[in-house]
Design a protein around this ligand. Structure first.
Ligand SMILES: [Zn+2]
Length: 97
């Protein structure tokens, strides 16, 4: 439906994500984590409590981006005239009403 989405993007993380402050582990909410290398161009962190690694995009900010993409898809659907109820939208995009 959206041909532009197939474009290869070598830098999938925009500046606004790279500069997100990381204050706690998105898994266990521990504040004890250390820098753990990089993922593409994003600093990676490792939680000392649950031993899991995460990125600044993990947790709520990632959900924010996902929703942003979903809303963009939604606008595409509206443009092509697909009739959508709130319930169908929430089912289709797995977001809460
Ligand atoms: Zn943790």
């Amino acid at each position: 439906m959206n041909q532009k989405s197939k474009k290869v993007n070598r830098n999938p993380f925009p500046e606004e994500i790279l500069n997100l402050p990381v204050t706690k582990c998105p898994y266990c909410e521990s504040e004890h984590f250390v820098k753990y290398g990089k993922y593409i161009n994003v600093p990676r962190y490792r939680c000392k409590s649950c031993k899991r690694t995460f990125l600044p995009t993990s947790g709520s900010s990632l959900h924010y981006i996902n929703k942003k993409e979903k809303f963009l898809k939604l606008f595409e659907l509206i443009k092509v005239g697909e009739v959508l109820t709130v319930k169908r939208i929430s089912e289709k995009f797995e977001i809460s009403i």
